[in-house]
Design a protein around this ligand. Structure first.
Ligand SMILES: NC(=O)c1ccc[n+]([C@@H]2O[C@H](COP(=O)([O-])OP(=O)(O)OC[C@H]3O[C@@H](n4cnc5c(N)ncnc54)[C@H](O)[C@@H]3O)[C@@H](O)[C@H]2O)c1
Length: 436
């Protein structure tokens, strides 16, 4: 049993805290947002993740998990302090903004008590560990500690599953004592997951290199989809054929409107900036960022072209979240595509099963909001699918054909069966293939 303090109780900190408590550790989660901590202390979850509630309640009830706004009470007894605060993109430079990391390091330093491992779970640029170490040493010269990089690979929406089933656990330190403590914490995963003990700078790089690679893989299949459309091939067949090669793998080969979300755009940008900083230009990543941005504009224009006979006609958009299964609209491709369409049309009605409220805070009154697919599609000139919600696979197309002004669908997630849609009399476009 270890005593763990987690600084930052968000999408990473909370599931990690719950998971570590479930493994038998005494965990205190800290956040500076008082309302968040009050709600958690009342037994209310502050974010939705499958399987989180049951483990949260159980571990609060048995005293293994606590929440506080007071860094001192959490840190003074801890064997391990984890940093899980945000590292958002800097609005001007697009580098990772490290102000929360540095502030947290400064705040926790005076309360370190006995040998403590400070482990950075936040995604941070190479060399941040050195800076955290300097800040703690300057703030508390007597502190006995080591700083370890401990990158987080969980996926939003699958955080609990991923906590208990990690592909790999990366521990970035060359200090034996710190490494031993981290290996002890993750002992329950021995035999289940790969362990990788590496230099701190390698560990910091692994996280960015992985996310940038995944973003490039998405961009690659999107480019292949564009090629297939022009060359008369079918991207679904091509992706299947590629994915059967174990060196390539089946995952992340679904073409669509471009990658988005709270991690890929910010991490690709931060990695590209790091490349510039170190004079090692990361041209593949730079191209991926530029082309992923351009793709969303092209898709917006493709929709506008589809209504060129009735430019005043209504556009129905299905899907606003950056992926299915979440209400998160941060950097959602759907939002950027709509922003492009707004330049030409004021007659756009949008629908999403979970993300309407979040989308409203971004799109405001530039579009109309529908409470159902039918309301969005009523009298529409074209319907566009932008997020892969399972519900959209089972649309009542016979009904929609009757209520739409023009039976036209642009399916940017390849959700529908093109042949069926065409048989019903729709004009149909999708990604990476022509349905005849
Ligand atoms: N969200 C993901 O899916 C994911 C996955 C892997 C890695 N990451 C990385 O993990 C880090 C955290 O991401 P997140 O999505 O959990 O962020 P988040 O915004 O959900 O949570 C961060 C929390 O830290 C708190 N905080 C900031 N400064 C603090 C301080 N000094 N003391 C106490 N609390 C403080 C904030 O109030 C906030 O609640 C980021 O670097 C991110 O890139 C995120």
């Amino acid at each position: 049993m270890m005593k763990v303090a987690i600084i930052g109780t968000g999408y990473v900190g909370l599931p990690t805290g719950v998971g570590l408590a479930e493994l038998g550790n005494k965990v205190v989660c800290v956040d500076k947002i008082e309302d968040k901590i009050n709600r958690l202390n009342r037994g209310e979850l502050t974010l939705y993740e499958d399987g989180l509630e049951e483990l949260f309640k159980k571990n609060v009830a048995n005293g293994m998990l606590r929440f506080t706004t007071n860094t001192q009470t959490a840190v003074k007894d801890a064997d391990i302090v984890m940093l899980a605060v945000g590292t958002p993109p800097h609005p001007l430079t697009k580098e990772a903004d490290l102000k929360y990391i540095y502030a947290a390091a400064k705040e926790l330093a005076p309360f370190l008590n006995g040998y403590t491992v400070v482990a950075t779970k936040s995604t941070v640029p190479v060399g941040t560990g050195d800076e955290v170490e300097n800040i703690i040493r300057q703030t508390n010269p007597k502190a006995d500690f080591d700083v370890v990089s401990l990158p987080e690979f969980l996926r939003e929406g699958f955080a609990i599953h991923d906590f208990f089933n990690p592909d790999r656990i990366v521990i970035g330190t060359q200090n034996d004592k710190a490494q031993k403590i981290m290996l002890e914490l993750y002992k329950p995963f021995v035999g289940k997951s790969e362990f990788l003990c590496v230099k701190r700078r390698s560990s910091e790089t692994i996280k960015y290199a992985s996310n940038a690679f995944l973003a490039m893989k998405i961009h690659y299949i999107n480019e292949m989809a564009d090629f297939c459309e022009k060359a008369g091939a079918d991207i679904t067949e091509v992706a299947k054929g590629m994915g059967l090669d174990s060196r390539i793998g089946k995952k992340f080969l679904n073409p669509g409107p471009g990658y988005g979300g709270s991690c890929f755009p910010k991490d690709t940008n931060a990695m590209a900036q790091m490349g510039k900083k170190y004079g090692a230009h990361l041209t593949l990543i730079e191209t991926t960022i530029a082309e992923n941005d351009a793709r969303k504009i092209k898709i917006g224009q493709r929709v506008i072209e589809a209504i060129n006979e009735h430019p005043e006609g209504k556009i129905a958009v299905l899907g606003l979240a950056f992926k299915g299964g979440t209400d998160d609209c941060r950097e959602s491709p759907a939002i950027d595509i709509i922003k492009e369409m707004i330049r030409y049309s004021r007659n756009i009605m949008v629908y999403d099963p979970k993300a309407l409220e979040n989308a409203k805070t971004i799109l405001n009154n530039t579009v109309h909001y529908a409470n159902s697919v039918e309301e969005a599609c009523m009298n529409a000139e074209v319907m566009v699918i932008l997020t892969e919600w399972e519900d959209f696979r089972h649309l009542n197309l016979t009904k929609l054909k009757k209520i739409m002004h023009c039976p036209k669908i642009i399916d940017m997630r390849n959700m529908l069966n093109g042949e069926d849609v065409k048989t019903l009399g729709f004009e149909y476009q999708c990604v990476g293939k022509k349905v005849i």
